[in-house]
Design a binder for this molecule. Structure first.
Ligand code: C2E
Ligand code: CA
Ligand code: CA
Ligand code: CA
Length: 272
């Protein structure tokens, strides 16, 4: 016990000795942002390509900084993942997204899908399924309309991922593989994971109109999805030409600036 006390003492001395690093600073700011409710969600619409029907939204986080204004998740999510703050932030995101879905549904009497990004780090939370169940109950969100987007990086721990995704399916939530085609994983996981949808990464869509390799990759991903009985959505669709090609290839769904920017909940309400 004495040793522990000494170590603790040393730790505090060290902290005072050295000025706060940028990291310690960002950690505190993010923690405070969470306590002060400075995070907001924007929603990007998704469409069925053939019918042009609005089918759902992806929730995307922003930090509404009191001085700096809206800050992109690219500037704080990777850090939050590194230091574990993604766990409380991710919890907030899930709760907020489900709450919003219920509000829309009560107001418009129409259901559509809500996709929420789940960081691989959150997969290691022992009570993730309980938390999810609790949020679903509390908000009155129908789990069948909730989709969790995970990246191929979850295959780093295949057993854990298989167990977690099966449990998610068990409570009625669906699963999408985000940024499909950019990970270093083997395709074997497609066999074992209870996946509903794959999301073609936008790096393959960016030059789709003139790059033959991208065209072949995208066609192949779509064929793979269709053969495995999965829905296929393309992200980062920025032009009509890209959308037309995707339609020709038989891609089911699309999301991107050409179809709709990430927007506030109020703006989404106008699309419903
Ligand atoms: P992502 O999950 O791949 O999300 C798609 C990103 O592409 C979003 O960036 C979206 O605004 C952007 N985007 C949509 N359409 C287009 C387009 O046509 N062209 C281009 N160039 N970009 C488009 P955003 O909102 O800045 O998010 C960046 C990343 O931050 C996300 O990539 C995701 O990895 C992460 N992220 C965002 N929100 C959350 C969250 O709530 N939780 C977690 N864990 N990660 C999040
Ligand atoms: Ca995503
Ligand atoms: Ca993505
Ligand atoms: Ca991404």
């Amino acid at each position: 016990a004495k040793n522990q006390g000494e170590n603790l003492y040393q730790f505090y001395v060290k902290e005072n000795e050295y000025p706060a690093t940028e990291h310690v600073d960002l950690y505190r700011k993010l923690r405070k942002a969470l306590d002060n409710n400075e995070f907001v969600l924007v929603y990007q619409p998704q469409y069925d390509i053939a019918s042009k029907e609005f089918i759902g939204v992806e929730a995307l986080i922003r930090w509404n900084h009191p001085e700096k204004g809206l800050i992109s998740p690219l500037q704080f999510i990777p850090f939050a993942e590194e230091v574990g703050l993604i766990v409380p932030i991710g919890k907030w995101v899930l709760h907020e997204a489900c709450k919003q879905w219920r509000l829309w549904m009560d107001h418009f009497g129409r259901t559509f899908k809500m996709s929420v990004n789940l960081s691989s780090r959150q997969m290691y939370e022992p009570d993730l399924i309980e938390l999810m169940t609790q949020i679903l109950n509390e908000t009155g969100m129908d789990p069948h309309y909730l989709e969790i987007e995970v990246t191929e990086s979850i295959t780093m721990n295949l057993d854990r991922a298989t167990m977690l995704l099966s449990k998610l399916k068990g409570i009625g939530v669906s699963i999408s593989i985000d940024d499909f085609g950019t990970g270093f994983s083997s395709l074997a996981y497609l066999k074992n994971f209870p996946i509903d949808r794959i999301k073609i990464d936008r790096t393959f869509i960016k030059d789709l109109s003139n790059d033959i390799s991208d065209q072949n990759i995208v066609k192949t991903i779509i064929a793979l999805g269709i053969n495995l009985n999965l829905k296929v959505i393309a992200e980062g669709v920025e032009s009509e030409e890209q959308l037309t090609l995707l339609n020709d290839y038989g891609c089911h769904e699309a999301q991107g600036y050409f179809l709709g920017l990430p927007m506030s909940a109020d703006h989404i309400a106008k699309l419903i």
